[in-house]
Design a protein around this ligand. Structure first.
Ligand SMILES: *[C@@H]1O[C@H](CO)[C@@H](O)[C@H](O)[C@H]1NC(C)=O
Ligand SMILES: *[C@@H]1O[C@H](CO)[C@@H](O)[C@H](O)[C@H]1NC(C)=O
Ligand SMILES: *[C@@H]1O[C@H](CO)[C@@H](O)[C@H](O)[C@H]1NC(C)=O
Ligand SMILES: *[C@@H]1O[C@H](CO)[C@@H](O)[C@H](O)[C@H]1NC(C)=O
Ligand SMILES: *[C@@H]1O[C@H](CO)[C@@H](O)[C@H](O)[C@H]1NC(C)=O
Ligand SMILES: *[C@@H]1O[C@H](CO)[C@@H](O)[C@H](O)[C@H]1NC(C)=O
Length: 380
């Protein structure tokens, strides 16, 4: 059984908190102050890169504190060199034309230049690695050709993660090397306790490349392995009491290898990941790190033109996604704009002076319900 919380990188949280100039925590009840307006993906207030990828608009000072999110672009990425990867996201300035990827903690290296293989590493010291796209996807088909780990306590993940914590997952925990696990979250919550799926019958996922796909469309969410559908979720089936518990907000594609089998993890997480990490593992001793290998990532954006609201600018002029309001029924209102995603780009838009506070009521209510395990709310 999967743990009942969103998948993260616990060590990274600690590391990134220390790195922040102002390590004020932010959450639904405590949005960021004007002086450090942006709530990072890890829940800390700051400015500069805190306002870029992962910046949570609802926990930030105002709904438009975070920079606009760079629009989706069809692409096929391989890793013959690392020139398109910014290895320290502290220096990222929001130019998605300059970099395709940022490393948020940890280390990557080109493991096989001819094949275009990138290694994402985990060592006792680096606490795991996360690689994220600079661009966002607002519905689309993402396929990753990759090899997983095979070690107790080590988790490999390929996910989409939105700034509002809508999340779609492929995960490979621990020593299970003949299966992949699918999952999704709505704004950080499990829509139902039995939300995860396990899809087996694969040839060794550590030794062999497989193609894992997340096909995220406005009405259906489909997971595929090697081009075969293994699971489908219909948006219409996720509606509970008028709330649509389905990922609807623009997300970055992320890959990670992270240590689940460590002292600071919960018991559920440790057992899900197959136990505590063996830091004397022969693979680790031989290579100097645990690693997952990423060979190719293909992103096919959903037809942006069909998603653009009537009043918006022409599809060809769209450069970014922006949260316009919390919307209704659990579906934030996303607009497509020609605003700059750059840190030093045009300043905040006067049309979007909506304080995060109003939205918090809904989130706080839901947190309370989730904590209380309200089966009535989720209709379980
Ligand atoms: C929200 O942040 C405040 C201020 O940092 C903190 O005191 C509070 O415990 C946090 N709440 C939750 C639910 O994490
Ligand atoms: C990234 O750069 C910042 C600023 O120089 C530095 O403090 C931090 O340690 C660097 N992070 C890594 C992982 O090298
Ligand atoms: C963004 O990066 C591209 C490619 O490096 C560069 O040509 C462009 O000038 C940059 N834009 C800004 C505003 O710096
Ligand atoms: C769309 O972009 C083109 C080319 O940059 C520009 O000439 C045109 O004015 C833009 N249209 C709008 C409505 O912004
Ligand atoms: C935010 O969403 C909730 C629930 O959907 C709704 O009750 C509330 O009125 C919304 N607030 C704003 C400012 O749109
Ligand atoms: C963005 O679109 C608006 C409205 O169509 C237009 O007035 C403005 O010139 C555009 N800005 C850029 C940078 O294209």
């Amino acid at each position: 059984m999967l743990p009942i919380f969103s998948v993260g990188l616990p060590l990274l949280v600690a590391i990134l908190a220390g790195e922040g100039v102002k390590a004020t925590a932010c959450n639904a009840t405590n949005p960021c102050p004007y002086s450090a307006p942006c709530c990072s993906e890890y829940g800390f207030c700051g400015s500069d890169h805190f306002c870029l990828g992962g910046c949570n608009p609802f926990y930030s000072h105002a709904l438009d504190s975070c920079r606009p999110a760079p629009v989706c672009k069809d692409a096929k990425y391989s890793f013959k060199d690392d020139s398109r990867i910014l290895t320290n996201n502290t220096f990222y300035e929001g130019n998605a034309t300059e970099y395709d990827w940022v490393v948020e903690g940890g280390n990557v290296f080109v493991a096989d230049a001819a094949a275009g293989d990138l290694a994402l590493t985990l060592t006792e010291k680096n606490g795991g690695t996360k690689l994220a796209t600079t661009r966002y996807v607002h519905y689309g088909t993402i396929t990753a050709r990759m090899k997983t780990g095979r070690w107790k306590g080590v988790v490999a993940a390929f996910i989409t993660m939105s700034d509002a914590k809508d999340e779609i997952d492929w995960e490979w925990p621990g020593t299970a090397t003949t299966e992949g696990q699918s999952n999704y979250f709505w704004q950080g919550f499990f829509p139902s306790p039995s939300n995860g799926g396990t899809h087996g019958g694969l040839s060794d996922t550590y030794s062999n490349f497989h193609d894992y796909t997340i096909d995220w469309q406005p009405d259906t969410l489909t997971w595929l392995i090697d081009g075969k559908v293994v699971r489908t979720v219909k948006k219409s089936d996720t509606v509970k009491n008028g709330m649509t518990l389905y990922p609807t907000t623009p997300a970055r594609v992320q890959f990670s290898i992270w240590p689940a089998g460590i002292e600071s993890s919960g018991e559920g997480t440790i057992s899900w990941a197959g136990g505590m990490i063996d830091w004397n593992d022969p693979d680790l001793k031989a290579a100097g790190q645990f690693a997952v290998i990423l060979r190719e990532v293909t992103i096919k954006c959903a037809d942006q033109a069909s998603l653009v609201k009537a009043a918006a600018i022409p599809a060809a002029n769209i450069t970014s996604y922006v949260y316009a309001s919390n919307g209704t029924g659990g579906v934030p209102d996303i607009i497509y704009t020609n605003r700059s995603s750059l840190l030093n780009g045009a300043s905040r838009n006067a049309l979007l002076g909506i304080e995060a506070g109003r939205w918090q009521l809904a989130v706080v209510g839901l947190t309370a319900l989730a904590v209380a395990g309200s089966q009535a709310f989720f209709g379980l």
